[in-house]
Design a protein around this ligand. Structure first.
Ligand code: HEM
Ligand code: HEM
Length: 246
């Protein structure tokens, strides 16, 4: 590389150090992420009671659909959304963690290799939780599916804790608010790290599909028998707080 091209390459890096932000997370990744948070948290909170079963199942289906979407988007999405861009082996994750411990964290425009491992594990567990939930709900499997469903959900909760700790540590180490980046799509980076388009129409289509699923589930609720305890149950729900029916 000659001096001119070297200085050209350094200029954007210097700009980045001055706080230049570039678009790294496209809109589908961001919408996917926050729907995933809503779906997982909602499914977890509604897991125990029969009364909330339809909501639980609906949010569970949402998570299942989101996983399928993310797998596809990981193949055809924008640069930093692609698995080929950020999924590295354990060696790279180890090296990254070492760089964190030494106080000189390796820069990564997209996900870091350690975070990537957690992300892949979260997606795999979400697939397992929803598949076993489905098998349970449609009585396609025995008691083992029920046990596995609950166990995998607990494991996923633990991994979400690890994920959150990783996000916090990453934010402190890189002195960058990574949570805000998951909302805005913008991260500190070089111009050449930027993606060209936020792909908003894909995000709108994803959100529309999720809202359509919810509307459809809502409409078919009485036939599904999920509210078969009837209005009396709704009435009771407001008063008793006890008499759990799970
Ligand atoms: C990320 C999504 C999900 C999470 C976090 C989750 C979590 C849980 C947990 C923790 C339980 C155990 C509740 C208890 O008895 O203490 C449970 C039960 C159950 N879940 Fe899910 N679930 C999810 C998705 C699904 C899906 C997609 C379905 C079906 C389509 C489903 C159907 C059920 C059913 C039928 C039970 C009751 C099993 C029984 O008879 O005890 N879940 N879920
Ligand atoms: C509740 C369950 C959660 C699940 C299942 C989950 C899952 C994921 C997944 C799959 C990704 C990869 C995004 C992609 O490339 O598509 C991700 C990234 C991320 N998540 Fe979560 N997440 C959860 C909760 C949260 C919460 C509550 C926060 C913030 C307070 C958060 C902050 C982030 C951030 C900042 C990233 C990007 C990390 C980076 O810069 O590499 N997540 N999460």
């Amino acid at each position: 590389m000659n001096t001119l091209s070297a200085s050209r390459a350094e200029a954007p890096a210097a700009a980045a150090e001055r706080g230049g932000r570039v678009l790294v997370w496209d809109a589908p990744v961001r919408v996917f992420h926050w729907l995933m948070v809503l779906g997982f948290a909602g499914a977890f909170l509604t897991a125990e009671s029969e009364r909330w079963r339809l909501l639980h199942v609906t949010l569970g289906y949402t998570v299942a659909g989101l996983v399928v979407f993310r797998l596809l988007w990981g193949l055809v999405g924008t640069r930093h959304a692609r698995f080929a861009d950020f999924v590295r082996g354990p060696v790279a994750a180890w090296r990254y963690l070492g760089s964190l411990l030494r106080g000189r964290p390796e820069p990564h425009a997209g996900h870091n290799p350690a975070g990537a491992l957690a992300i892949v594990a979260l997606l795999a567990l979400a697939a397992l939780v929803t598949a076993t939930g489905l098998a349970n709900y449609h009585e396609l499997a025995g008691d083992w599916a029920e046990e596995l469903h609950e166990g995998a959900a607990m494991l996923m909760l633990a991994l979400v804790g690890v994920h959150l700790a990783g996000v916090l540590i990453g934010s402190l180490a890189h002195r960058e608010n990574l949570v805000r980046a998951m909302f805005t799509g913008l991260r500190r980076g070089r111009p050449q790290d930027a993606i060209a388009s936020a792909r908003v129409p894909v995000a709108v289509a994803l959100l529309t599909a999720v809202l359509a699923l919810w509307a459809w589930q809502w409409q078919t609720a009485p036939q599904a028998g999920a509210l078969d305890a009837g209005p009396a149950a709704v009435e009771r729900h407001g008063h008793d707080g006890g008499q759990d029916d799970d």
